[in-house]
Design a protein around this ligand. Structure first.
Ligand SMILES: Cc1ncc(COP(=O)(O)O)c(C=O)c1O
Length: 440
């Protein structure tokens, strides 16, 4: 097949996509392998985005494929409400073994968004079981993306995601974004400037009183709004302030987890351990929908107090720990270990940094940031048409340069699978440089 019939395109309402334009110029991928997608005609497209920050082990890796196939033929579904199955316990143990500190329990979900909802609910419920039911306020951050559930919308910091739903969202306060172009222009890795922005939390605590605040949620590296690495010392400061005031710290590691920053989690890379840690995407290398929350022992234990027959937490999803996803997670985590992919990401970091920063000076490139195997550059917006220049470049890269990148407004982000070679990185940035050179 070389194209989908136009009438087949209509029914699907694509998420976070301009649908009418897409259906005129569909970007369809039909197959994937390793570092590449293939379109319907077999054109090979280099994946510089790990799909959507997911395929950290690369695409269609044999051990993961086989694990899913086997699971589908062995145990298609099993409830995890009141029952269990072997792979879900194995997956939880493997994930907990990768996590730092006392993050030793896993509550499974199916996505990053559900993980945000779950982490926030666990935080609020924890305070209540500890006798501090007034702690219900959640503090997020400007430019945060925590998905599209109500907790993600409320704690998130992206106006277009929030403004339609304010009436439904819960009240949340926001720390300032950590990015400041004037102070951090062209930073490589963590910017030196900005740790003091964590002290804004003290102001919010002074305003509301710690006794009303349940949790602070941040992405250790803000991903979706353009790869904003934390300033040196910022996360440590947040940890100190939250601990001092009995506020739980939630890291949203949906993007940073499973090797993206050259360690199992950003918590490990930056030596800051939160109380709750959300994950998704890379846990199965994108091969099956799965998310979850890593929970500190003290939180889990706080719920283990009622009578034997009573449910300890009124929360969960039919597909929490689905057998196919759990099998995919186990195989993926084994693959990360066997191929040393987290260390590989760390080893590639300098070459990746050199590659992306070589785009400095290309037409319209206004700033560049990177950490681990995540990077982004901003383009100067076209007057009166914000987002258009980024959108056009993403399309040119896909159709003419055979590269898939992630676009967010006028920002282009890179998060290649961790199996990338230096040659792949050269290809990616070389083709982007050509496209930028040719851009209007
Ligand atoms: C940091 C972060 N949190 C949450 C989410 C939401 O994940 P999902 O789309 O699986 O609901 C994302 C998605 O990109 C994310 O980047």
């Amino acid at each position: 097949m070389t194209a989908l019939p136009t009438n087949q395109l209509e029914a699907f309402w694509l998420p976070f996509t301009p649908n009418r334009e897409f259906k005129r110029n569909p970007r369809i991928v039909a197959r994937a392998e390793g570092m590449h997608y293939f379109d319907l005609e077999g054109r090979k497209i280099l994946d510089a985005a790990a799909g959507l920050w997911c395929a950290n082990a690369g695409h269609c890796r044999e051990p993961i494929v086989k694990a899913i196939q086997e699971a589908a033929a062995t145990l298609d579904f099993a409830p995890t409400f009141q029952f269990g199955h072997p792979k879900v316990f194995e997956a939880a143990a493997k994930i907990a073994a990768l996590a730092p500190g006392d993050l030793d329990h896993v509550f499974f979900t199916n996505s990053g968004s559900e993980s945000t909802d779950t982490a926030v609910k666990l935080a609020v419920a924890y305070h209540r079981v500890k006798g501090e039911g007034t702690r219900t306020r959640v503090i997020g951050r400007e430019r945060a993306y925590h998905g599209v559930g109500m907790a993600g919308i409320s704690a998130g910091g992206i106006v277009n995601n929030k403004k339609w739903f304010n009436a439904l969202a819960f009240q949340a306060d926001h720390l300032p974004a950590t990015y400041n172009r004037k102070e951090q222009h062209w930073s490589k890795g963590l910017p030196e400037w900005g740790a003091h922005l964590a002290d804004e939390l003290e102001k919010l605590i002074a305003l509301h009183d710690a006794s009303t605040i349940a949790a602070v949620i941040v992405e250790p590296v803000a991903g979706s709004t353009g790869v904003l690495p934390p300033p040196v010392g910022y996360l440590q400061r947040l940890r100190e302030i939250t601990a001092k005031h009995g506020i739980l710290l939630i890291f949203d590691e949906v993007i940073t987890g499973f090797g993206r920053v050259g360690a199992a989690f950003a918590a490990e890379r930056f030596s800051v351990t939160p109380d709750l840690l959300t994950f998704a995407k890379g846990v199965t290398s994108g091969a099956a929908p799965m998310g979850g929350v890593l929970v500190d022992k003290k939180i889990y234990d706080a719920f283990m107090t009622g009578p034997d027959h009573a449910i300890d937490m009124f929360h969960g999803y039919t597909y929490s720990g689905h057998p196919l996803a759990a099998a995919a997670a186990c195989a993926t985590l084994d693959l990360y270990r066997d191929e040393g992919l987290f260390a590989r990401a760390r080893d590639l970091e300098k070459a990746f940094e050199r590659g992306v920063h070589a785009l400095r000076g290309k037409p319209h490139v206004a700033d560049i940031r990177n950490v681990g195997l995540a990077a982004a550059f901003d383009l100067d917006p076209i007057d009166g048409a914000p987002g258009k220049r980024g959108f056009e470049l993403m399309k040119t890269l896909f159709f003419e340069k055979d590269v898939m990148v992630r676009v967010a407004g006028d920002t282009i982000a890179f998060s290649p699978p961790l199996i990338a070679t230096e040659g792949d990185l050269d290809e990616i940035f070389g083709r982007v440089a050509e496209a930028l050179g040719a851009a209007a």
